[in-house]
Design a protein around this ligand. Sequence first.
Ligand code: ADP
Length: 462
Amino acid sequence: MTFPIRARLTIWYALLLAGILVAVGAFLLVRLRADLVGGVDDSLATRAAQISLGLRNGCEGEFADVSDASLRGLPQGESGAQLLSPDGRVLESSGDLIAQNPLLGATELQRVMGGERFYTTLTRGPDAESFRTLAVALPTGCDAAVVVTTSLDELERSAHRLLVLMEFGIPIAVAAAAAGGWLLAGLALRPVAQMTAKAAAIGPERLDERIEVPRTSDEIQRLATTLNSMLDRVRAGVEEKRRFVADASHELRTPLAIMRSELDVSLRSDDLSPPAREVLSSSVEEVDRMSATVENLLLLARMDEDGMWLDRRRVDLLEVASVIVEQMRPLSENDEVSLDLEGPSVTIPADRERVEQVLTNLVGNAIRYSGPGGEVRVSTWRNGREAGLSVSDTGPGIPNAMRSRIFERFVRVDASRGSDRGGAGLGLAISKEIVDAHGGRIWLEPQNGRGSTFVIALPTGA
Ligand code: ADP
């Protein structure tokens, strides 16, 4: 699963922060505990020294008084002292907690009697309470060790309070930082989102537009500059291609026209054998088809370069349609296709020549692809702020897979069908350009059964 960059940044930021807080918290906890234990150790050392000093007059008898007085600074009821003989017997003890069992084992006692200050943490009682313990040998003249111990209960409680605070505090801090990170990441990425939207909107027909470059001297500015220079290169490439198509079409026009007139002259000759006449006639058809394709290419190239200039006047669609239908009648009769016109008279502002061009394409296709016995019906209509024309036929229709692409350039349903009947797949693309320039729509009606229906809708200007 992939997350958007904003979510990824936030997740990484929150995880990193959580890791840092946990590490710092753990360090603080360990440090705090060590410092507190250090303080307890100092205090135990002081008590042990006081007891040692207090027993100046001998080892026995006074221990309870001396140690009780020395233990006064330690937690009441949770501290105690023992006097141990070198063989581990408890000679004296004081304080509430100290049981009669010796606090030190034989090995530890041996080390203490050897002169070592021995610190240890013992666990005692049903609650496994921790006791910090110090054992030192008494000065010479008194063959015994004094053991001072105090509970670490209070210290453990402080450490536990800090742990609980961290358990609540860290998730809250991480959640707050994640929310902040989410907002900041959104703010930082907003220019990128705006650039993406702008770049996505720049299509082939809007290659003049550029992305706004923020004066921030950062990655965002560099991204905008890079995208703009890429658009410059794309535009240069597209213009070069358009110029090439326009130049090539233009160059082909004259030789084709010359070929056509030379073929006409040759066909006029009386001493042509029938096969030669047939070849020449077929060449005339091919040259005508090629000329039409070249004219269409030139038209599209000009439209791309300069846009389409429309000479809008009031035009009656029924009247235009009747002119085209009459023009196409010889073709329909030749192909044995019936051609009918119906509908109301609707007048709209439009470029008459361009509308005629669209209708010639649509009716021409309908007749061509219907074949003998077919029917073509042209109708006018008006519906609120739109009026238009429909051209239906009983031909093979357009396969579903091609319907969405049928108005694209050079799209033909099947090349073999197009090669002997139609052109290069530019007629519908040109029709769409013309209808778009009028602010209208062109579409292919959903097919039910045989045939196809192309519809154009133009604004009535009302
Ligand atoms: P062409 O000049 O090749 O006819 P068009 O752009 O006018 O180019 O049409 C594109 C393709 O759409 C045609 O090649 C043809 O296959 C298909 N087509 C167009 N109109 C019809 C129709 N009325 N019936 C069936 N197929 C059609």
